[in-house]
Design a protein around this ligand. Structure first.
Ligand code: NAD
Length: 488
């Protein structure tokens, strides 16, 4: 069974814990401190994890700095070959990665079995871009042949959150390596398992020592030290908006370049001329998959009042049928939330919704007595000024708000601090063009759920982020533009 297989994979972690990986060496934290990681399924101990300190970050930044010149200058074909071997290493261990990710984060296996392959795909995609990463332009002027070229920044820090941590880590680290940067990765303290597996895969794929360093630990300790380290040239961060603000302050003294993928309160806007069955499927998928712990989730449903009663009635029926259960059960659609603190935050919104005057039309309660399971939840009769419409709940919780006109829909859609994604359902092409032009979101899908295409730019506006990933946009961040003017 999946549980037996998982236990086989976990045995080495429970025996030896998780160490840092610095300069190719597995080491405990300086001073030997550890913390415990537990499973959100039943709160059982998974293993102890090195609690990295500023001294570990310093060692990792030093290793990344020493490894940088050789990695930068390695012929593109060789660098590409290493990235391909990492992709192959991931593909060979997809089951182990998926099972560990589910146990560590509470995500359902039906989604995580694909997440590992997405990780491999990220490495293959950027492997193919290694050869062109340094390409530039020629811009001739009367007396000069001006050429541009791009060079890698140097050692960079990557800080990742606990939601789909494996996939997100590959999404950040693959382009950094393809650009020729070296990396210090600080994964989220709540989900350290697959970051360790990933770093091992890279090591076994023949990545030179020091090119990829892993330092576990807490945000305020290891994370902070990474953002303040003078040898680290940039920080690629995925996490909460308020943490992004802190990182910007922490990095100010060393003038860190930052790339932020932050929170969202993304609208799915359903007009009465849309294909309502498809809109319903997509609205459900985009909030009730991945436990709703997804930055791009459509957590606000904006539904036109002419169809709202019917649409919400169908929604309630579907939400009540969603299967909450053990993450390793292939039938499960929603597993437990990541940990108690987050569970308390999410369930706290049930009271907020009631006291603010919204209706709890589905869910609104814990599921079972152990683990951090919640019922998928739908709030109706909400208005956009309520906390449940403004704050990122980051769970399987949807807030439905009704609108009359297109103008009103736009005002509500744009009426939050966030601007990550938007989903628009209409069969009126002109309306789609008008609406998407004014919608404040970095990524918008019309008549579609979120379908990621790797060459396209990924990122958010307003409090949802700074910068874009994907295709060549990733290299804009991990590389410096250089201009050289050659006189005739
Ligand atoms: P978080 O901000 O609490 O933590 C993210 C990481 O930052 C962790 O590794 C943490 O240890 C570290 N950290 C915390 N404080 C730090 C500090 N002062 N200095 C340096 N590092 C620090 O986020 P989370 O709760 O782990 O993740 C959920 C959040 O991530 C949600 O807001 C979600 O929307 C966001 N997210 C955004 C995207 C996107 O692409 N926009 C993708 C996934 C998740």
């Amino acid at each position: 069974t999946n549980l037996a297989k998982l236990n086989g994979h976990l045995a080495r972690f429970s025996e030896g814990g998780i160490d840092n990986l610095i300069g190719g060496q597995s080491r405990p934290a300086a001073g030997g401190a550890t913390f415990e990681t537990t499973s959100p399924v039943d709160e059982s101990l998974i293993c102890t994890v090195a609690r990295g300190t500023a001294a570990d970050i310093d060692a990792a930044a030093g290793a990344a700095s020493d490894a940088f010149p050789a990695w930068r200058d390695m012929p593109a074909a060789e660098r590409k070959a290493v990235l391909i071997r990492i992709a192959e290493g991931i593909e060979a261990r997809t089951e182990e990665i998926a099972l560990c990710e589910c146990w560590d984060t509470g995500q359902a296996l039906r989604f995580m079995s694909k997440a590992a392959l997405r990780g491999a795909e990220n490495f293959r995609f950027f492997a193919d871009k290694v050869a062109s990463a340094r390409d530039g332009q020629q811009l001739r002027s009367p007396t000069l042949m001006n050429v541009t070229t791009r060079v890698p920044l140097g050692p960079v820090g990557v800080i990742t959150p606990w939601n789909t941590p494996f996939m997100l880590s590959t999404w950040k680290i693959a382009p950094a390596l393809a650009a020729g940067c070296t990396v210090v990765h600080k994964p989220a303290e709540f989900s350290p398992l697959t970051a360790r597996i990933l770093a091992e895969i890279a090591h076994e794929a023949g990545l030179p020592d020091g090119v990829w360093n892993l330092v576990n630990g807490f945000g305020e300790e290891a994370g902070r030290a990474l953002t303040e380290h003078p040898k680290i040239r940039a920080i690629a961060f995925v996490g909460e908006s308020k943490t992004g603000s802190m990182i910007m302050k922490q990095g100010a003294d060393t003038l860190k370049r930052v790339h932020f993928e932050l929170g969202g309160k993304n609208p799915v806007v359903v007009f009465d001329d849309a294909d309502l069955d498809r809109a319903l499927d997509a609205a459900i998928f985009m909030i009730y998959s991945l436990n709703g712990e997804r930055c791009t989730s459509s957590s606000r449903l904006l539904v036109q009042d002419t169809i709202a009663d019917e649409f919400e009635a169908k929604l309630i029926q579907r939400v009540n049928n969603i299967r909450v259960g053990h993450p390793l059960d292939p039938a499960t659609e929603i597993g437990p939330l990541i940990h108690k603190v987050h569970f308390d935050k999410v369930t706290g919104y049930f009271d907020t919704a009631r006291s603010d005057g919204a209706t709890i039309a589905a869910g609104g309660a814990r599921e079972g007595d152990t683990g951090w399971f919640v019922r998928p939840t739908l709030f109706t009769h909400a208005t956009n000024d309520m906390a449940i419409a403004q704050e990122e709940i980051f769970g399987p919780v949807l807030t439905s708000i009704r609108f009359g006109s297109e103008e009103e829909a736009l005002e509500i859609a744009n009426g939050t601090q966030y601007g990550l994604t938007g989903y628009v359902w209409t069969n009126d092409l002109k309306r789609a063009l008008r609406f998407t032009d004014k919608l404040e979101a970095g990524m918008i899908w019309v008549n579609s759920e979120n379908v990621r295409h790797l060459p396209t730019p990924f990122g958010g506006m307003k409090a949802s982020g700074i910068g874009r990933d994907g295709g060549d946009w990733s290299f804009e961040f991990y590389m410096e533009q250089k201009h050289i003017g050659l006189a005739f």
